[in-house]
Design a protein around this ligand. Structure first.
Ligand code: C2E
Ligand code: CA
Ligand code: CA
Length: 541
């Protein structure tokens, strides 16, 4: 009798339980919707899970057997699929407790939806980081954390469209989900997701990696997902959030090293820490007087036939705590911070300083030219030429004394714009050299159209040229290419007499390398010029 009244009064979706959670009665709606049966125990029904607004799993005992509440709102999910937000009303009778379900009110539902959007990506259904970490913590296991990036996402999106790129993302994701059903997934960025695999038993990461990378077809077209996978195997008591950072770091390393599958190692953390230290230190020093921590090293360049010194390349040096940081480490950071032009202009000041010192020693430096390295980011700055010319005027230098070294890749990307800049610079008197030639695979048609004055063959083809016949054939074809284009050629990285003789025999015009001299600080370079017999010869003639 009482039961009838209650069900009429509230709603048609209900069940009742005793004080141990045993189900005493179930309405047909509740039976149909939640798969509940009389004599189930509500605390042990595996297919139902309860969550709160923060997507934390709730203990059913707290929800259903607690004495103090009459009303509560929960998210209920069946078989871990979509969540229904419901209001529960509890009515107690002498021997049972009725649990009545109704839809959470609209406003509550909207609030929940907003919260859900902050927790879960609506396109992929993947959890965002915070909810992901919370969920992993709840598991209380030692697992494997992965970070998967689709490296060619951007490229696919440009070639096809973003829809296809997302499709590739979803395909890779679902391959992972099929392989590891118990894993938890999270969205990291448009092209990247993180995964937590709760157990590391029977884990074959190489196999997984190959599965993710296997090509697939869609609408008759083949796609290749180019995957980078960084991972970290947790140890006992590891903080999951730190584990996630480690997997992400490994993925970052994957990208920089061009390796595609990388396990996090402690040395990597040290490297990244070092990198961060350099970055912060650089920001500080670039805004101070550059001469306090930077200096230019000059490396002699000689003419092959006369052996005369014809000038030098200016190579930037940076000292931190008394130690030199290699330019390959700090130049890319300065480039990406957009401040590389400061160093270029600083090089010009140092060239002036060198010329003044040579002048004091009564050395005629009229014959010398000085090469400076120009980065892609600089040449694309519309004010590049103006800034360069202003600095040269300030330092009383003629553009004829300056050679600008640009790498192939700097020239090929944005070809027509860069080429116009080069023409303009040549007109002002600068010499344009293509640096690291041979490493950029530029096509001959580009090379013919490009306005440059000199080719600089990369050290990689020079240093081992005597021992390696393959390098010899590359070396020879680069030299003959330069000859056909009627451009002088410089070989850098000449360390031994044999390499010098080889380069000379093949018709290389200029030589730079340890054979003559390492890069030298300014005063040492002045001494080098003074001691260099060839320069005396040069000045005597
Ligand atoms: P790069 O332009 O190819 O410079 C030549 C590199 O080869 C220099 O390395 C030089 O020290 C090294 N080298 C020259 N001869 C030999 C040799 O006989 N044997 C060996 N083993 N090495 C030799 P460094 O000074 O470490 O510079 C590395 C790179 O950093 C340069 O490569 C250049 O791309 C960049 N860089 C240096 N200074 C500047 C700068 O002021 N601005 C820009 N944008 N880049 C710079
Ligand atoms: Ca160079
Ligand atoms: Ca080089």
């Amino acid at each position: 009798m009482l039961e009838d009244n209650i069900t009429e009064l509230f709603s048609i979706c209900y069940f009742s339980i005793d004080n141990k959670g045993n189900v005493l009665s179930v309405s047909p709606e509740a039976w149909q919707r939640f798969g509940l049966n009389v004599s189930d125990n509500i605390l042990k029904v595996k297919h139902l899970s309860l969550i709160n607004e923060s997507y934390e799993t709730l203990n059913p005992e707290h929800v259903f057997l607690s004495e103090c509440t009459d009303k509560t709102e929960i998210g209920l999910s069946i078989n871990n699929s979509t969540v229904d937000w419901l209001q529960l009303d509890f009515v107690r009778t002498s021997d049972a407790k009725f649990v009545l379900f109704s839809k959470a009110e609209e406003l509550v539902a909207i609030r929940r939806l907003n919260k859900q959007l902050a927790i879960q990506d609506p396109h992929t259904g993947l959890l965002y980081r915070e909810a992901f970490v919370t969920k992993i913590k709840e598991l209380d296991t030692v697992g494997l954390v992965c970070c998967v990036r689709i490296c060619n996402y951007q490229r696919i999106s440009e070639l096809w469209n973003i829809g296809v790129a997302n499709l590739v993302f979803m395909e890779v994701l679902s391959r992972f989900q099929i392989e590891y059903e118990s894993a938890i997934f999270s969205k990291y960025s448009t092209d990247c997701f993180s995964v937590y695999i709760p157990s590391t038993k029977n884990l074959n990461i190489e196999k997984l990696y190959n599965t993710l990378n296997a090509p697939f077809t869609f609408n008759g077209s083949s796609f290749y997902s180019n995957i980078a996978l960084g991972y970290y195997k947790e140890k006992n008591n590891d903080d999951h959030e730190l584990s996630l950072n480690k997997a992400e770091m490994a993925t970052f390393d994957v990208l920089s090293e061009k390796l595609r599958l990388v396990e996090f190692q402690d040395t990597l953390a040290k490297q990244i820490e070092h990198q961060n230290k350099i970055e912060t230190e650089l920001q500080v020093t670039l805004n101070k007087n550059l001469a306090d921590s930077f200096f230019v090293a000059f490396q002699a360049i000689h003419d092959t036939r006369s052996e005369c010194l014809i000038g030098a390349e200016c190579l930037m040096r940076w000292k931190v705590d008394g130690k030199l940081v290699p330019p390959d480490e700090f130049i890319p950071i300065v480039e990406s911070s957009g401040e590389i032009n400061k160093l270029t202009l600083f090089s010009i000041e140092q060239i002036r300083k060198l010329l003044d010192l040579l002048d004091e020693e009564e050395i005629d430096a009229n014959f010398y030219t000085f090469a400076i390295n120009i980065s892609v980011t600089e040449i694309l700055d519309v004010n590049f030429e103006k800034k360069l010319l202003e600095k040269l005027t300030e330092q009383r230098l003629n553009p004829k004394k300056i050679k600008l070294e640009l790498t192939e890749s700097a020239l090929i990307d944005n070809f027509s714009y860069v080429n116009n800049v080069l023409v303009s610079l040549q007109k002002k008197g600068f010499t344009i050299a293509i640096d690291d030639f041979g490493t950029g695979f530029s096509s001959l048609s580009y090379l013919c159209k490009l306005n440059f004055d000199e080719l600089k063959i990369d050290r990689a083809f020079v240093t081992n040229v005597i021992k390696d016949t393959k390098l010899q054939s590359i070396f020879n074809s680069i030299v003959s290419l330069a000859k056909n284009l009627d451009k002088p050629i410089v070989a850098e990285g000449v360390e031994e007499m044999e390499q010098m003789i080889y380069a000379k025999a093949k018709g290389v015009n200029y030589i730079q390398g340890y054979y003559y001299s390492k890069p030298l600080a300014i005063t040492e370079f002045v001494e080098y010029v003074l001691e260099d017999k060839s320069s005396y010869l040069h000045f005597d003639s």
